[in-house]
Every structure is written in structure tokens, then in C-alpha cells.
Ligand binder design. Structure first.
Ligand SMILES: O=C(O)c1ccccc1NCC(=O)[C@H](O)[C@H](O)COP(=O)(O)O
Length: 310
């Protein structure tokens, strides 16, 4: 496992420390998979198909995140997560992300199980997994692995997750992490606009990393999307889908989700954030992009799109 924890924001160091002490019970003293310690055999709902269905229906593919709180959020949203999740789906979310991290995000494996039972879209388990046994805490359709935290363990953990049937979203923040993710065989890559060293969000992160991804990788823009204009901007930069938490959780969840899922269909969608927060609009909006035309920074970069994935 990588140990550059000195470079991480204190909150993120604390998240990692707690992740390293959690076992495969999800931190709740309860194995979310039923009977203690059993290896998960996941029967996943297809994430790519969910994105395709959203596109076919004219919706921007959005993974809406059930995120009760976080180190960068004030307060905790106490509503029933199942009710919130149902509203997200009603708002057009192609998939859901559910935090299972208990100490900093108010998540739990029980919440994920309840949400997954209540909806029919794919559900991503959002957590900071660092050991193989943690994969067995609960069944989900997709698990998140964060390249920065895993170092050389990324490949083995990705393989262990796939062995259990999970689809895997590998999160990266820069080009070096993207290359490691691709070398490990990632097919879904999330580019996190939030810098875990400083917890600052900058949408240009996705714009700078995305052109280096092979065309056959499904790219997800994570964090910092707060308005319809941001959603269009990420799509113009090549995002196949968007992972959105705080801006959906703040206020009317169904209506907030709809703001993003209709961002490209209705160009008149108000560009202010659903909660009125200002947006990072330093790059002009772009029209929706086709996967096959993911922008490249230059001809050399374009050639790199042909890198095969396993
Ligand atoms: O969201 C945080 O405050 C946070 C702090 C430290 C590490 C990770 C954090 N977030 C995890 C996430 O990946 C986000 O929840 C997700 O990308 C959604 O981001 P946003 O739409 O900005 O809520």
C-alpha cells in the first residue's frame, strides 16, 4: 500500500487511519453479507448499460450520491437514505453511490443494503477500501478503489473485486494515477476533481486528465459539479457520466438530481447551482460530446488513446 499519507489533508489521513482499522464487517460489527466473514458473490446490475439507457432516454448519465455528511460539509442530513435514494432515481439518476464509510461520512453497509433493495439501478459502494476482506462487508454492483491510497495493491485488489463479481470504479486524480489504473486493467475510471491533499475542488482536473484516457475506458467526472453548466462542461471534456454528491444532497434531492440529468437536454436549465452556490465557470460550456471524440490535448495525446486495456 502507498504511504504518502504525510501529503494528505488531515481529514483524509484520519479517513485512511480509520479505514486501516476496519475489518470486513464494514465497521458496524455486522457483516452486511449475511453470515459472518462470508465471501461476497455479487450479481451486479450493469453500470455501462445503465449509462447507455440514460443516454438513449436523453438524460445525462448521473451517479447520484447518498452522502449524509463529509469533512467538507456542514451538518448531517438525517433523512431516511432510502427515501433520498428513491427521489434520486425519480430525478433520473442512472445509478447511485452510497457511502459506507461510518466515521467521516455517516455511511453504513446497512444503508447500502436497504438502498439497493429499494431501487433497480446499479449501486456503487463508496468507501476507502484498503484490504481484500473489506470487499466482503456488503454486496453492491460496483466498488470504488482509490489509486492514490493503494499503490501496488491496486492491481491485486481490483482482481479480488472482479473475482467476487463486482464492477470496479478506479478513482484517479492525475495522469500518473490514470496510467496505473489502466495498467491494472481498469475499465471504469473516475477522475476526482477534489484534491485529497488539500481538499480543494477544481474542475480543470478532469479536463487535464481525460484526454490521456484510452477511448474504451468509461470516464466518470467526480466531485465539484454544482450546477448544470458544470455538468455540461464535464461532458464537453469527455465525461461519460458524472458522480455528484453534495449539490444533490443540499435541498430538494429529486429536483436537484433533475437539474443535472436534464442539463444537456434543456439548455435553458438555470446555470446557478441548485442550492444557489456559485459555479466554477472559467471554461465556456460545450455541447455534449460523443465518446469517440474525447478531446485530446495534441496529436501525441490523441495517439495515446489507442492504448489497449485488458
Ligand atoms: O466530500 C468530501 O468532503 C471528501 C473529503 C475527503 C475525502 C473524500 C471526500 N469526498 C468523497 C467523494 O468522492 C465525493 O463524495 C464524491 O466525489 C462527490 O463529490 P461532491 O459532488 O463534490 O460532493
Amino acid at each position: 500500500m502507498d504511504d504518502d499519507t504525510e501529503e494528505l489533508a488531515p481529514a483524509v489521513r484520519s479517513i485512511l487511519e480509520s479505514a486501516r482499522t476496519r475489518s470486513g464487517d464494514g465497521g458496524n460489527g455486522h457483516n452486511g453479507n449475511g453470515d459472518g466473514g462470508e465471501r461476497v458473490d455479487a450479481d451486479p446490475r450493469d453500470l455501462e448499460a445503465a449509462f447507455d439507457a440514460a443516454e438513449a432516454d436523453g438524460r445525462t448519465p448521473v451517479i447520484a450520491e447518498v452522502k449524509p455528511t463529509s469533512p467538507t460539509t456542514e451538518g448531517t442530513r438525517e433523512d431516511d437514505p432510502v427515501a433520498l435514494a428513491t427521489e434520486m432515481v425519480d430525478g433520473g439518476a442512472a445509478a447511485l453511490s452510497v457511502l459506507t464509510e461510518p466515521d467521516h461520512f455517516g455511511g453504513s453497509t446497512d444503508t447500502l443494503e436497504r438502498v439497493r433493495d429499494a431501487v433497480d439501478v446499479p449501486v456503487l459502494r463508496k468507501d476507502f477500501l484498503v484490504t481484500e476482506d473489506q470487499l466482503d462487508a456488503v454486496e453492491s454492483d460496483v466498488v470504488l478503489l482509490i489509486a492514490r491510497f493503494l499503490g501496488d495493491d491496486l492491481g491485486p485488489l481490483l482482481a479480488a473485486a472482479r473475482d467476487r463479481g463486482f464492477q470496479v470504479l478506479v478513482e484517479v486524480h492525475d495522469r500518473e494515477e490514470l496510467e496505473r489504473a489502466i495498467a491494472a486493467g481498469a475499465r471504469f475510471v473516475g477522475v476526482n476533481n477534489r484534491d485529497l491533499a488539500r481538499l480543494e475542488v477544481d474542475l480543470s482536473t478532469f479536463e487535464s486528465v481525460a484526454p490521456h484516457a484510452p477511448d474504451d475506458v468509461t470516464l466518470i467526472a467526480e466531485s465539484g459539479v454544482t450546477a448544470a453548466a458544470d455538468a455540461r462542461r464535464m461532458r464537453a471534456a469527455g465525461a461519460d457520466a458524472l458522480l455528484i454528491g453534495s449539490a444533490i444532497m443540499d435541498g430538494d434531492v429529486r429536483s436537484n438530481t433533475r437539474t443535472f440529468t436534464t442539463a444537456e437536454r434543456d439548455r435553458s436549465t438555470d446555470d446557478s447551482a441548485p442550492d444557489g452556490a456559485s459555479t466554477d465557470d472559467s471554461t465556456p460550456d460545450g455541447a455534449p460530446t460523443d465518446d469517440s471524440t474525447r478531446p485530446a490535448t495534441d496529436a501525441t495525446d490523441a495517439a495515446e488513446h489507442d492504448t489497449p486495456t485488458s
